[in-house]
Write a protein that binds this ligand. Structure first.
Ligand code: EPZ
Length: 417
């Protein structure tokens, strides 16, 4: 397994063209299963999770090839309806294929996705919604067996605005009979991107980005060529890396309108911005201020995925910050490692109290999940001395070639095997 070795203390300044969004490309690749023709997906980031999703598609009998940052999927030879237990365990977000597979094949067999380091990750909302759409589901021996004569439109009220459950319903109902309404739908920008892709394939979906999504089922979906949206979480991570080191960062190919809560939090810390159409220029002219209270919430609230990198940022801010993680029950695993670097953080349940310290020291630290690993990179870039981060396989799930992007912004970083 490789490690990242970082010598901190250098302002992270430069220009980054932000990669395509992992959490948009995964459901959109799943949606290609619904098409009768080839789909061309552009701006696909080179990530472990995208590679795994390609394997899921190939396991279903689709032909998949990558040409640079474009992935071409030909689903015409689809012949399977199951996802291997190994792949489901390696990437639990493969559950997003369930709605698409059962809509295309009238049946699907997947193993329970199980939890992950940040939480139990139940799928009860997914399964309840699919049953409401006319899918017969049997759960036994750790597997989920689905079958249906036809997907029938229905009104579905989600108890929680689950991103994955919203996406699974959209994928299942796009080619179903009749009208499906999702009430209390997730409003994330990635949901809007999925609606845009499905409509480019001939679906009739509206309302994504609001709490109510309408889906009028259609007979068939044709191929489409589509550009994945920029990754707002990766963009925010690089802003945090530049802010904590007192650098100047220019992000290209971003959607500032998708990052309002993130930019507001940075502004409250004393960061300044020039905002362009698809560009954010960030500069720091004063010491960072604390965030008195930061509560993670479903979109458009502050995203849980950027909680840990922003906690790293707050370790060096003046004053005390209180973070409340309302989405996942175990998303503070980066705290121990930040404390090892000299941070002053106390955790009590879903709350963390971060008292700013004058400096962090380099140390040997371990990434235990994707965004917690990103937080360690942010902290290491500002720490005095050398930090070695192991567990880079987690970071590589969501950050395309992180050392390449940071090296281009003056970071002293290298990957060692
Ligand atoms: C998506 O996960 C993202 N993953 C996550 O990003 C992100 O943190 C999360 O949405 C919230 O924004 C992808 O898009 C691949 P949820 P998802 O269903 O769909 C509970 C990253 O770092 N819940 O909105 O799994 C669940 O326990 C990843 O890129 C149920 O109770 O998130 C959690 O508390 C991490 N029952 C909350 O909802 C269900 O059936 C949010 O889950 C489903 C979810």
């Amino acid at each position: 397994m490789s490690r990242l070795v970082i010598e901190g203390g250098v302002p992270i300044s430069g220009e980054i063209v932000v990669q395509g969004a992992k959490n948009a490309v995964l459901p959109i690749l799943a949606a290609t299963v619904l098409s009768d023709e080839e789909c061309v997906i552009k701006n696909c980031p080179k990530l472990r999770d995208v590679d795994k999703t390609d394997l899921v598609l190939e396991g279903l009998g689709c032909k998949v090839r990558r040409e640079g940052d474009t992935v071409i999927v030909n689903p015409t030879s689809i012949c399977g309806c199951s996802i291997s237990e190994g792949l489901m365990r390696e990437m639990r977000s493969s559950i997003i294929f369930l709605g698409a597979i059962v809509a295309r094949c009238s049946e699907a067999v997947v193993s329970m996705p199980g939890g992950c380091p940040i939480g139990l990750r139940p799928i009860d909302l997914h399964l309840k919604a699919l049953r409401d759409l006319g899918v017969e589901i049997i759960e036994e021996h750790g597997y989920i067996y689905c079958r249906t004569a036809e997907i029938r439109g229905n009104d579905i009220h989600l108890d929680f605005p689950s991103v994955g459950a919203t996406e699974n319903i959209m994928l299942a109902a796009a080619r179903g009979k009749g009208i499906t309404t999702i009430i209390n739908a997730a409003r994330e920008p990635e949901i809007v991107n999925l609606e845009c892709f499905l409509n480019a394939m001939g679906a009739k979906i509206s309302g994504a980005g609001t709490g109510v999504i309408y889906i009028e089922g259609v007979e068939r979906l044709h191929g489409a060529e589509f550009m994945i949206m920029p990754d707002r979480i990766v963009a925010a991570t690089y802003l945090a890396a530049s802010a904590i080191t007192g650098g100047e960062m220019c992000l290209k190919s971003v959607e500032p309108k998708d990052m309002v809560a993130i930019l507001k939090a940075l502004e409250n810390m004393g960061v300044e911005f020039d905002i362009g159409k698809n560009e954010i220029i960030q500069h720091i002219n004063r010491p960072l201020r604390n965030i008195p209270i930061l509560r993670t919430m479903p979109y458009p609230g502050f995203p849980t995925d950027i909680q840990s990198p922003f906690m790293a940022l707050c370790t060096l801010a003046s004053g005390t910050s209180v973070f409340i993680e309302t989405i996942f029950e175990n998303r503070f695993q980066h705290v121990d490692e930040l404390v090892r670097m000299g941070a002053d953080i106390k955790v009590d349940g879903r709350s963390a109290v971060i008292r700013g310290v004058p400096k962090l020291q380099g140390a040997n630290v371990v990434a235990r999940e994707l965004r917690g690993g990103a937080a360690l990179v942010v902290a290491a870039l500002a720490a005095e001395g050398i930090t070695t981060i192991s567990g880079t396989e987690y970071i590589d799930r969501g950050y395309e070639n992180i050392e390449k992007y940071l090296l281009a912004c003056n970071a002293k970083i290298e990957r060692r095997c």
